[in-house]
Design a binder for this molecule. Structure first.
Ligand code: NAD
Length: 244
């Protein structure tokens, strides 16, 4: 391979691909990542806005933060990184599964279907109590807590977001999909948020090929068999060589 040949990720007809994305895949869409230089997310301290304790102490502050995330999320557009994953899914069908840590909806707006939001979704709310009712669609941008609705059980609606310290959604399904995968592709995540940072290790235990895409090596870089250095929107289009 010559020096200038672009790096490729080859997918054979027997491969099953599990993709994990993080905040980095949405960075080129203008949404700030979480572990940027200042350690803040969009200017906030995580413990003030995305923990169960923050919700108990200051639900108005939590809603102000997530309303602001909604406002910028609705304005953002999917970038070529999101589209490259949707195209890969169109080629692979059921041999593809996308698990995202992102709460924005840019993957689905790019066309991804076999998609799981392990940390919740900005476009939904759910009861603050464990009353068993499912999350509801809610794209409102709240300017005061009085505007936030209540569940029929009386509990206040909270963002359908997995706060730090809470359990990610549908871990059993994620584990099953990782067990079936022969290729794990991880895009734009720092490898600092668990359990997502462990997925690459689970995949390796199953002898899957592990590929990372991002502008800098993640904290768990040594667990990857291939690192494609670059911005997702620049390197992902044309990255995959899918054999029929
Ligand atoms: P992180 O902020 O910890 O790490 C971001 C990673 O993206 C870094 O490793 C960085 O090198 C990489 N990156 C930056 N620009 C990139 C680009 N153009 N292409 C590819 N990679 C790029 O993010 P995380 O590991 O996903 O953890 C953040 C947590 O915060 C998650 O749990 C997530 O739920 C939440 N979060 C979500 C969003 C969102 O929904 N868009 C945004 C911020 C944070």
């Amino acid at each position: 391979m010559g020096d200038h040949a672009p790096m490729k990720v080859s997918i054979s007809p027997s491969d099953r691909v599990f993709v994990l994305t993080g905040a980095g895949v949405s960075a080129e869409s203008g949404l700030p990542t979480f572990r940027a230089e200042d350690g803040l997310w969009a200017g906030y301290r995580i413990e003030d806005v995305c923990t169960p304790d923050a919700w108990r102490r200051n639900p108005a502050g939590v809603w102000a933060f997530y309303s602001a995330r909604r406002a910028s999320g609705w304005k953002a557009l999917p970038n070529p990184g999101h589209f490259a994953l949707a195209e890969l899914e169109a080629r692979l069908g059921d041999r593809f599964f996308l698990c995202t840590q992102n709460v924005d909806d840019l993957h689905e707006r790019a066309g991804s279907v076999r998609l799981h939001h392990m940390h919740g979704e900005l476009s939904k709310s759910r009861c603050e109590r464990e009353c068993g009712r499912l999350p509801v669609e809610d794209r409102n941008i709240y300017t005061s807590l009085d505007e936030v609705g209540r569940c029929p059980c009386g509990g206040r609606l909270r963002p359908h977001i997995v706060f730090f310290g809470e359990m990610p959604l549908e871990m059993d399904r994620i584990q099953e999909e990782i067990n079936r995968a022969t290729v794990m592709l991880v895009v734009g995540t720092s490898g600092s948020v668990y359990p997502a940072a462990s997925f690459v290790h689970w995949a390796r235990q199953n002898r899957a090929r592990t590929v990372y895409v991002g502008p800098e090596p993640p904290l768990n870089a040594s667990a990857f068999s291939q690192i494609v250095q670059g911005k997702a929107g620049e390197v992902m289009p044309g990255l995959f060589e899918v054999a029929d």
